[in-house]
Each structure stands twice: as C-alpha cells, then as structure tokens.
Design a protein around this ligand. Structure first.
Ligand code: CA
Length: 225
C-alpha cells in the first residue's frame, strides 16, 4: 500500500513516515501543495494524508481538485478543531479529519480504519450484518431487530449511508428536520444516546455510532473493547 504524505513540516512528515514504514506501508512525502497535486493526479496512491496549510496550494483546494476525478481516500490534517468543523460545512469530501497535535499512532490507526472502510470486500461483509428497514422503522443487526422512532430512523439512515463521514450537529438537524424548526444541540445528543442504547441492545460486541469530540457524530462499525 502506498501512502502519500503531503506535509510541509519536514519533521512531522518524517515521523509519520517512520510509523507507516513500521506497518509496511510505502510512503512518498510532498512538501509543496502544487507539486503534490500535479504528481498525485498522475499517479494516485492508496491513501493521502493531507495537511491543510501548505505552500503554493492549500490542502482544501487539493482535496477538491482530486475529488473531481477520484475517490482516493483522503485524511485531512489540520491544526485546529474549529477548522475541522468549518471544513465539514464546506463538504470538500475528505474521508476523515485529524487534529494537530496528533499522535503518530493515532494517525496509523485512522489510516488502517479508512483503508478498511474504503476497501470494498470487507465493507460488504459489514453491511450485510446491519440492515435498516424504512417501511417498518426498524434496524436489524445480526438477526436481532429493534423498532426505531422516526427521528432515530432518519438519524441512523443519514449516518450509515456515509460510513466514517463526520456530521456536525447542524448538518444532522438540517437533514432530520425538514421544516427548519429550531432544535437544540442537546436534542440531537439525546436522540443519539437513545439510538446507541438500542444498537447496543442488539449487538454489544460492536460500536456503530461514534461521537467525535467537539464536532459531532459518525457511523462506523468497530469492535467494542
Ligand atoms: Ca502545514
């Protein structure tokens, strides 16, 4: 597997490279935005770690440009958690976001998770165990079924249709309540809490809906430990 590291701070890039090499990934480091885009467009890696602030062309423009022609997995690295919230609102199409300062171990774990999710065969196996039925407003996991409220059904539908994608609370509210009513963040949190309890009652060995600190929620099937 080839991972492109687009990062202008050479020490950070070198540390990431070391950790990725330990996990048998091959890497290519780019320190300039425009050079990275030109090269990556011609020769796509298996995944791109993309810093936001770069010389000559920023990470957001690179991500947008690549998304015109490719679904290559992209993990954005940004210096501020508020920046992630803004990027989510712009819907530039990155697969995951990591806030600096990060631990290299965390980055490697996220690389593996994104590759697992974007690799087709395993995804099919995962989703076969999870089924959402709109007609009966119910969810089935590993052959156990549970009824959902209208809001829970909508919430789970939005999240599970984009595994791994983080939604902030206002994006979720906009998709769940079509009448533009004002709902507090706490309302979403309490629906998510109840939804999680239901999912856990169906399958206590996996987690499905994850909170992303300071941002919102995402759907990803992960082993509970
Ligand atoms: Ca930078």
């Amino acid at each position: 597997m080839n991972i492109a590291i687009v990062e202008d701070e050479s020490k950070l890039a070198a540390v990431l490279q070391d950790y990725l090499h330990k996990e048998e990934y091959r890497t290519q480091i780019y320190s300039d935005g425009q050079v990275a885009l030109d090269s990556l467009q011609n020769d796509l890696p298996d995944l791109i770690l993309l810093d936001l602030m770069l010389p000559s062309l920023d990470g957001m423009s690179i991500c947008r440009e690549l998304r015109r022609s490719s679904n290559v997995p992209i993990i954005m690295l940004t210096a501020r958690i508020e920046e992630i919230d803004r990027l989510l609102g712009l819907e530039i199409g990155a697969d995951d976001y990591i806030c600096k300062p990060y631990s290299p171990r965390e980055v490697v774990a996220r690389v593996k998770a994104v590759l697992r999710r974007t690799g087709k065969p395993e995804e099919a196996a995962d989703t076969a165990l999870f089924h959402l039925d709109e007609a009966t407003a119910s969810v089935t996991i590993k052959e156990n079924t549970c009824a959902l409220t209208a809001v829970e059904l909508k919430l789970l539908d939005v999240l599970s249709n984009k595994p791994g994608q983080i939604f902030n609370r206002s994006q979720l509210m906009g998709r769940i309540y079509s009448d533009n009513r004002i709902v507090s963040d706490r309302t979403i949190d309490s629906h998510v809490k109840k939804l999680r309890q239901k999912l856990e009652s169906l399958d206590s060995t996996s987690h499905y809906v994850h909170s992303v600190y300071g941002i919102g929620y995402k759907f990803e099937i992960m082993d509970a430990d």
